[in-house]
Design a protein. Sequence first.
Length: 142
Amino acid sequence: MSVALRTSGEWDSKIADARYLSPVAGNAEFNYLVFPREGEPTSFILMPTFLKYWTRAQNWVDDIRQKKGSWAKSVVSRLQELGLDKKRIGVMVSRGQWIRMGGFPYSVYKDILELMPEAILVNLDDTMERIRMIKSSEEIGI
C-alpha cells in the first residue's frame, strides 16, 4: 500500500512516480494518489471543477475524489476504508526527498499519524524511480 504526493514542482518533474501509476493530474495540478496493494487506486484532486474532466480524460483511475478538508483527512478517509489504520504504509517521494526536504509535507505526514496513530509510514525513497528505469516491451514500443 502506498501514498504518492503529486506536486507540480520543478515543471512537474516531482510527480513522475505518481504519473507512472496514474495519469490523473499534471500541468501544475496537485493531488494525492492512494495505491493499494490490491484493488483500485484513488486519486484526490484539489479542484472540484476538474473532477468530471479527469474522469473523462483518462481511463486508468475510476475513483477520483475531490479533496475534502485537509489532504491528510482526505487520504486517511481512504486508508481507513481500506482497513489500513494499523498497517505499514509506504510513502513515495521522488529522488529520496523525505519530509524536511520538501517532497512530502511534514504537516501532512504529522496529520496522518495523528489521525491514524497506530499506522507506520515508511519512506519508499527512490523505489518507484528505480522501478521506472526498467522498461517493459510495451513501454519501449516493441
